[in-house]
Design a protein. Structure first.
Length: 604
């Protein structure tokens, strides 16, 4: 609605104030407008408290619904936002909060709480949930006898510790005296429909109390960078991806390298999409046509057989090519495929969870069917497979330098097993099946838990072996464009100097110009004794400790299974040795850095 129309409807603003406001708004982009709106709302609430309305304001905030999310890849955040919108539609005040931004002192005042969380690594909370998780399991946790809550877990049944963080939150809240209003749900990767249903049930159960306890006008209170604000900048999201053009696909490892790493450049022109260093790009892909046809041949299914998927009719070939997951294997497929084909050996394997995980870790869907060919209908095959999930890649560029482009550093998953070549789904699509000029569906996934410090004077330590260098290329581009005076120290590792030194010329140029203060590299196979980034960290432990004591922010990106754990141990050793701390104190020191957002990880 135009401001001039508001004046006609008895606006409290004077005509001069309206003109001044119009002048300001016309200069703001949609994200800035949303930020100003939130700022004014917060200012009004604070003013009300100062004017002696503290008790009513606090009562209203506590009586509303607080939705906390713990998210590693953005899925839990999206579910939390949808839940808040459902509450808004029922006239309920709902507040969505990143767990990293939540003040734990507020917990004892909450009356209605929903937690939506993923699980990371070996049953650990995601990065942004660590502070709240540790608080709840500490002696400082308050009794929560007046709290009504619900917990939703998102995970992947392929992993041993499926939804463990959600289970931990649920159990701990109950131990502290809180009352569950809805049974916890632990959802697999194809979670959307179940999450919507669960959210609807929670809202229905809380609606009578929440409507009676809160103001009649509902609101969804979001944080900066949420979909509620960012959505205004672009219509393209995970649910509505942008068909972008592939500009460049360049191999950046040598001919004799054991790795195939590609530098990918994609155009975002016309999309309105924006991103910050640390964000990820979601990529949708088409499965290999040859793989689809082999699967249909093994199951004796005609390619044009119609199937139903989420109320839509497709041919089985279309479904297998563009909609269903064929490379990542998972327990539900083995169970459903075994039942549909009457395969007793697979059914027995599916009953042994540990053996099944070991079996699946080495096999794609096609390997399972090759080993156990059987007859089933096209619909049974479609129902056994889960919906394809987009792959997330750390963005390797800053828009301050590349403008309407986005760059990725993609390690192509390529290996031989069981007498057959294997290729990753998305990496194979980008590297082998997508030609320059072709379209690829993408979206930006914000990662507010992997951000450069706001103060450009702050020193930064970056640890990124292999393709883990991607976000640090973006960091360096951004700091260079901003003229940041803070020191930058990069640790990079790969097997061979001559074959695997990713972005070598760029890094050496940054080093020459002083943008990069220090560069330490570890090429593990260039000498008899293997040398890794964690060894380089220990070799420079005294200086690294001093950087941390001087306020440096520390970042790790790359392999979660081995590298991140080895680097973590090296950091503990350094803090012990040069900080004069015990192992337990060193761990606490690093935990405090993580809570303060001075130690951030983007590992996979």
């Amino acid at each position: 609605m135009l401001l001039s129309s508001l004046v006609a409807q008895a606006s409290p603003l004077s005509e001069q104030q309206v003109q001044q406001l119009q002048g300001l708004v016309s200069q703001l982009n949609p994200i800035q407008q949303a930020w100003v709106s939130g700022y004014l709302a917060a200012s009004a609430q604070l003013a009300g408290q100062v004017a002696g309305q503290v008790a009513p304001a606090a009562a209203q905030a506590n009586a509303g619904l607080t939705i906390l999310f713990g998210s590693q890849t953005g899925n839990a955040r999206h579910v939390a936002e949808v839940l808040a919108k459902q509450a808004q539609g029922k006239g309920i005040v709902a507040k969505v909060v990143d767990m990293a931004e939540y003040k734990t002192s507020q917990l004892k005042n909450e009356q209605y709480l929903v937690i939506v969380t993923s699980t990371y690594g070996e049953g650990e909370p995601p990065e942004n949930a660590i502070g709240l998780y540790n608080f709840l399991f500490s002696k400082k946790a308050p009794k929560l006898n007046g709290l009504k809550y619900a917990v939703l877990g998102l995970g992947d049944t392929s992993y041993e510790f499926f939804c463990k963080t959600a289970q931990d939150f649920d159990q701990r809240l109950a131990e502290l005296g809180a009352t569950p209003v809805q049974a916890r749900a632990d959802l697999d990767v194809d979670y959307q429909a179940q999450a919507d249903s669960w959210s609807g049930e929670v809202i229905a159960k809380l609606e009578p109390e929440l409507k009676a306890a809160t103001a009649p006008s509902a609101q969804v209170i979001a944080w900066p960078g949420s979909d509620a604000t960012a959505g205004a900048a672009s219509q393209y999201t995970k649910q509505n991806p942008f068909a972008a053009e592939l500009y460049t696909n360049q191999k950046i490892t040598g001919r004799d390298s054991t790795k195939d790493v590609r530098h990918i450049e994609i155009s975002l022109a016309g999309s309105g999409l924006s991103y910050q260093p640390g964000d990820a790009l979601g990529v949708y892909f088409s499965n290999d046509v040859a793989l689809v046809r082999e699967l249909l041949l093994l199951t004796a299914i005609a390619r044009d057989t119609p199937v139903q998927l989420a109320g839509e009719t497709l041919t089985i070939e279309q479904a297998l090519t563009d909609t269903l997951e064929l490379t990542q294997s998972y327990p539900a497929f083995v169970e459903k495929y075994a039942a549909a084909t009457g395969n007793t050996a697979l059914a027995e394997l599916a009953a042994d969870k540990a053996a099944l995980r070991a079996y699946l870790s080495e096999r794609q869907i096609i390997d399972i069917v090759r080993e156990h060919p059987g007859l089933l209908s096209a619909q049974q095959l479609a129902d056994a497979l889960r919906k394809q999930q987009p792959r997330l890649y750390s963005i390797a560029s800053s828009q301050a330098e590349v403008e309407d482009e986005v760059h990725l550093t993609v390690g192509v998953v390529r290996y031989d097993a069981y007498g057959q070549p294997h290729l990753g789904g998305a990496s194979g699509f980008l590297a082998e099946r997508l030609a320059e000029g072709d379209k690829v569906k993408v979206f930006v996934e914000q990662n507010n838990n992997f951000r450069l410090p706001q103060n450009d004077d702050t020193p930064v330590i970056m640890i990124g072996p292999g393709t883990g260098i991607a976000p640090f290329r973006a960091f360096l581009q951004e700091r260079d464009a901003r003229g940041a005076s803070g020191k930058n120290w990069l640790f990079f590792g790969n097997p061979h100097f001559t074959q695997d030194f990713l972005y070598q010329l760029e890094l050496q140029n940054y080093l020459k110009r002083g943008v990069l203060t220090k560069l330490n590299v570890a090429f593990s196979r260039d000498q008899a004794q293997k040398v890794y980034v964690q060894d380089k960290l220990r070799a420079h432990g005294s200086e690294l400790w001093q950087w941390l004591e001087d306020g440096a922010h520390l970042y790790i990106c790359g392999d979660a299974n081995r590298m991140a754990k080895d680097v973590q141990q090296a950091l503990i050793d350094i803090v012990q040795q040069y900080g004069g701390k015990t192992a337990e104190q060193a761990q606490t020191y690093l935990d405090e850095l993580r809570v303060a957002k001075r130690y951030q990880k983007d590992v996979y």
